[in-house]
Write a protein that binds this ligand. Structure first.
Ligand code: ADP
Ligand code: MG
Length: 610
């Protein structure tokens, strides 16, 4: 590391430290850049005499001085303490070995730290993000003499279930020619390829490379490669009925899940990450209470993957609890998204889950406050909106240099205080994302899980991906879905009426509408996360059940009185629920189908013409 001391501490205020730049041999002040990483070396060290550096990021540069944000507790930092510059922006190390890791927000592997340092996270510890001892069998995919550009595949290694591409450094400007390449088993720090750049320089390429987290990896400005952004064209299938049928998320799209404390955000996100039709999942556990995060990281490695193997084999967890310093929390989301972009660049479908973006925004607010910036709404910085937009815009579908499509879907939770969706973080997020899954405390209280409120939620993707739905679900699908949504709205208004007038105050037809909406909610929207069959409904089964439900819940039906209506729907709901719990085409499944058929014939429905 940069032996030179280039600045000294001149003021400390919580985790913001102002440093004064020192002159070099020629009397010029050492240059410093915004977002560069610097290290503060407190003169008073720990009891064990090991030199410890506190990592920090430059936030503001002025003439002769800079404000840096320290990613750790600044206890004991004093005026005059030495500052060393890294010359690099805050970066993550990308390469084989990321999958299965649990990192903190600065890509320190938590397990490794725990095994070396005992239970508590010590200050000033940085461990390489990738294991430098492990060997990977590198298989070249280009020959000496090949012309390559940033992001081109040079070769690959097998990382668990995945072919992991080793790509030309993403920051290479202009093209280069391969002058040497070797096959065999190497560590991530061993050169495997040498490139002769257009500028005439020789570049040694290892299996790992660094990328600054705050810059989108697919930024066309930095790439001479040919990757381009495409419009999302197919849904991310989650096997959660309410999402896939009513409020779909696109592969490469963005969604947010706001909800009050305890409404089920984390459980829903875990279900999505477990059952979604993606290759790789990156989970950023950002600033929630330590207990919940520990639950996620102890639970995940033990969960079987519905696709076979362990879930952890295709998962990366970035974890910052509320007890860790705020600055690292703010960075953690960018660390996660950069890792996601890296796998997308290889052509994989990646899902990034951020829980919760409110904590991330609060970290931004704290920092902004300490920098004494002019505050916006609720003391969030004025750039909150653009920061949220810039974050969600990193989702998307790209075509990589080899012509393969990769996607990055971003789903973030928002935890507004008191469940008030009017606050700035929820509002800014809603202006950015295209699917809104609003959780309601009332539904959670009634244990109607997933507690997504169908009356406030929406998805712009249903219409945007209409071609896909026409092809896979039939040309009528979207209008059928909308008709069922109208049933829910109609049912709700009858219910409100009944709260005032009682059952007697509504007509028989309204009463039927109410029970139909209730049935739709109970057997289709609600889904039991603890039942091995019901927990996951593949799309073709959703189509089967949805089609059946339309026959049951639409059209004219003649009942003699409300009692009969109640009895009928009670029975129907019970049968449909049992159907949900039975494996498709099992004897039970067919038995319940038969019974539903018999019931339908007992009170025949006259279908309305569309
Ligand atoms: P949040 O993250 O919104 O604070 P959680 O996701 O931790 O809330 O959920 C709180 C509790 O609600 C869970 O511990 C669980 O008991 C219950 N819960 C949430 N979602 C479900 C679900 N789909 N099925 C069953 N129980 C659920
Ligand atoms: Mg939670």
């Amino acid at each position: 590391m940069f032996e030179q001391i280039t600045a000294r501490v001149m003021a400390v205020r919580d985790d913001i430290v102002t440093v004064q730049l020192l002159p070099d041999a020629e009397g010029q002040l050492y240059p410093i850049r915004k977002n560069e990483v610097v290290y503060i070396c407190p003169a008073r060290q720990g009891v064990d005499e090991r030199p410890r550096y506190l990592q920090a990021e430059v936030l503001r540069v002025r003439q002769g001085e800079a404000d840096v944000q320290v990613f750790e507790n600044t206890r004991g930092v004093a005026i005059g303490d030495a500052v060393r510059q890294s010359g690099a922006m805050l970066s993550v190390t990308l390469g084989p070995g990321l999958l299965g890791q649990v990192y903190d927000g600065l890509q320190n592997p938590l397990e490794k730290i725990a095994s070396q340092e005992g239970f508590f996270l010590p200050r000033g510890i940085q461990v390489p993000g990738l294991d430098t001892q492990q060997h990977w069998a590198f298989q070249p995919r280009v020959k000496v003499g090949a012309e390559v550009a940033a992001g081109d595949c040079l070769g690959d290694v097998q990382e668990g279930r995945f072919r992991h591409q080793i790509m030309v450094p993403f920051d290479l400007l202009g093209g280069a020619r391969v002058s040497w390449i070797q096959e065999g088993s190497f560590t991530v720090t061993t050169p495997v390829v040498r490139l002769q750049t257009r500028a005439g320089k020789e570049l040694e390429v290892t299996m790992q490379q660094d990328w600054p987290v705050r810059i989108p990896l697919s930024s066309p400005l930095l790439r001479s490669g040919s990757s381009e952004r495409l419009y999302p064209q197919q849904p991310l299938l989650t096997s959660i009925r309410l999402i896939d049928t009513f409020f779909p998320v696109a592969r490469g799209g963005s969604a947010c899940i706001p909800g009050p404390f305890g409404a089920g955000k984390t459980v829903l996100q875990n279900l999505i990450s477990r059952y979604s039709d993606v290759d790789i999942v990156v989970i950023v556990a950002c600033g929630e209470r330590a207990g919940e995060v520990v639950e996620t990281i102890t639970e995940f490695p033990n969960l079987p993957d519905p696709k076979g193997g362990s879930l952890m084999d295709r998962t990366v967890i970035i974890c910052n609890t509320s007890s860790m310093p705020v600055a690292a929390r703010e960075a953690s989301i960018y660390t996660g998204i950069t890792i996601s972009e890296y796998y997308r660049q290889m052509g994989y479908n990646v899902l990034l889950i951020a829980d919760s973006t409110s904590r991330w925004a609060q970290a931004m607010r704290e920092t902004s406050g300490r920098l004494e910036e002019i505050p916006g709404e609720e003391a969030f910085p004025a750039y909150l909106d653009s920061a949220i937009r810039a974050l969600y815009e990193r989702a998307g579908v790209i075509q990589n240099n080899a012509g393969h499509k990769g996607s990055l879907t971003l789903i973030g939770t928002v935890s507004p205080a008191g469940g008030n969706f009017e606050e700035p973080v929820t509002q800014s997020t809603l202006r950015t994302v295209k699917t809104f899954l609003g959780l309601s405390a009332e539904r959670a209280y009634k244990r109607a899980y997933p507690s997504v409120d169908p009356l406030i939620s929406w998805s712009r993707y249903l219409d945007q991906m209409s071609d896909w739905y026409a092809k896979h679900m039939g040309t009528e699908w979207i209008s059928q879905v909308k008709r069922m949504q109208q049933l829910l709205v109609a049912g709700e208004s009858v219910q409100q009426m009944m709260q005032v007038t009682g059952e007697e105050g509504v007509t028989l037809d309204d009463y039927i509408t109410y029970h139909r909406a209730l049935c739709l909610d109970q057997v289709y929207l609600q889904q039991d996360a603890f039942d091995p069959v019901d927990v996951s409904t593949p799309l073709n089964r959703q189509k089967t059940v949805f089609t059946l439900l339309q026959r049951c819940l639409q059209g004219e039906q003649h009942f003699s009185d409300k009692d009969q209506v109640r009895q009928y729907y009670l029975k129907l709901t019970g049968l449909l629920k049992n159907l949900n719990y039975s494996r498709e085409d099992s004897p039970d499944f067919n038995k319940y189908l038969q019974q539903i058929e018999t019931l339908l014939q007992s009170e025949p429905v006259t279908p309305v013409s569309a």
